[in-house]
Design a protein around this ligand. Structure first.
Ligand SMILES: *Cc1c(COP(=O)(O)O)cnc(C)c1O
Length: 234
């Protein structure tokens, strides 16, 4: 399967899932997750229509940035405070904000570049020890604190990584919890809290996530193949 046909297939599933939830495929943004994949592969995806790509490591963004065609870059993985300065002028959205400390550093660097940085608050609704993110109980406080203390940060929504489930429908309750918080803020937009992205769903569970209201999916494996076995497959 080529990258192009994989993207077509993902888009078909995305469209079908969106229709199930009373929307169209255009209401759901596909972010192609390109970690551990080469600039050549990424450019192939861009040629096939991908407009947004996601990386989970700052170093990979820096390594590939000049080799990849114009595209919107998303930082989707855990971000260390000391690395914010390297990507502040390169990414359009940081999906993984889970502390006021990190938000303040983003705010400081954004101010230095005279820009407003769009971020998502990462919610660990299943409260898995292995994952980053705030609990659903902590989410309101973090949103209020960022909105009050970080003038160069705009909170655009929420991000969630659900537990891996053999049957992705089993992840739906975790998505639903985050959707509920999303809806609350989407209904009361301010200039700092301006929700329009609910980032939920990966290769294994993006259809379930869309059915629960996600409007941004982060898909890697279904587009580029398995990361670990990639070199063997070729
Ligand atoms: C790797 C990654 C993805 C994509 O995972 P796939 O299972 O390959 O689709 C999505 N979100 C985050 C935060 C990731 O690190």
């Amino acid at each position: 399967m080529s990258i192009k046909s994989n993207i077509e297939y993902v888009n078909e599933l995305k469209n079908a899932a969106a229709e199930k939830s009373g929307r169209t495929g255009e209401d759901v943004l596909l972010v192609a997750v390109t970690k551990l994949h080469s600039p050549e592969e990424i450019n192939e995806a861009i040629d096939a229509g991908v407009t947004d790509i996601g990386e989970n490591k700052v170093q990979e963004i820096l390594d590939k940035y000049d080799k990849v065609k114009p595209v919107r870059w998303h930082l989707i993985g855990h971000l260390q405070t000391n690395k914010v300065k390297y990507i502040i002028d390169k990414v359009c959205l940081i999906h993984s904000v889970d502390s006021l400390h990190l938000a303040k550093e983003i705010d400081k660097r954004a101010a230095q570049h005279d820009l407003t940085m769009d971020i998502l608050v990462q919610v660990n609704s299943a409260e898995e020890e292995s994952k980053f993110g705030v609990t659903t109980e902590e989410t309101d406080q973090l949103i209020e604190d960022i909105a009050q203390q970080c003038p160069n940060v705009r909170i655009k929504g929420l991000m969630c990584i659900a537990p891996f489930e053999e049957n992705p429908d089993d992840a739906k309750p975790y998505f639903a919890q985050v959707k509920k918080i999303y809806d609350k803020y989407a209904a009361k937009k301010t200039d700092r809290i301006d929700f329009s992205y609910l980032s939920m769903g990966m290769t294994n569970d993006f259809e379930a996530a869309i059915e629960e209201g996600s409007n941004l999916i982060r898909v890697g494996t279904a587009i580029f193949g398995y990361r670990d076995y990639r070199s063997e497959e070729k």
